[in-house]
Ligand binder design. Sequence first.
Ligand SMILES: Cc1cc2nc3c(=O)[nH]c(=O)nc-3n(C[C@H](O)[C@H](O)[C@H](O)COP(=O)(O)OP(=O)(O)OC[C@H]3O[C@@H](n4cnc5c(N)ncnc54)[C@H](O)[C@@H]3O)c2cc1C
Length: 118
Amino acid sequence: VQFQGVGFQLADCAVELAAARALTYQIAWEATRGLERKTLHAKASTVKLFASEVAGRVVDRAVQVLGGRGYMRENPVERLYRDLRVDRIWEGTSEIQRTVIVNELVKRGPDAVTAWPQ
Ligand SMILES: Cc1cc2nc3c(=O)[nH]c(=O)nc-3n(C[C@H](O)[C@H](O)[C@H](O)COP(=O)(O)OP(=O)(O)OC[C@H]3O[C@@H](n4cnc5c(N)ncnc54)[C@H](O)[C@@H]3O)c2cc1C
């Protein structure tokens, strides 16, 4: 990447996408181990919240890097930008995911959400 400013944005995208993928696989693995239902619910909320917000940030950077071309309908990024926006709304908005997570924090403590199962 020739321009450092663009490279930084790509690096941030790569790190956030890797983190979202890792969290998704981690919670999927925990689910196969038979977590208690409400704890699994909160952990699933962490994935839905984080992955949908990461997707929004990544596609927003893609539009910004491409400038006006990224905003035009001819460019696939414009479609992705619109399509990904709804992921923070459907299947429970980001605020509702946060509500589920904070309820679990209050009821069972931070380890219930953040720690790996024994
Ligand atoms: C394209 C599309 C397809 C859909 N498909 C389906 C489908 O197939 N089946 C289905 O059942 N539903 C479907 N939905 C509905 C979707 O699940 C709801 O849009 C979603 O749950 C949010 O509800 P709402 O739109 O009523 O927003 P609202 O509940 O009115 O929320 C509006 C805003 O207020 C915030 N908010 C609401 N309550 C709280 C609270 N207690 N604390 C803090 N903030 C709050 C929200 O986070 C949001 O930012 C679809 C929606 C869209 C856009």
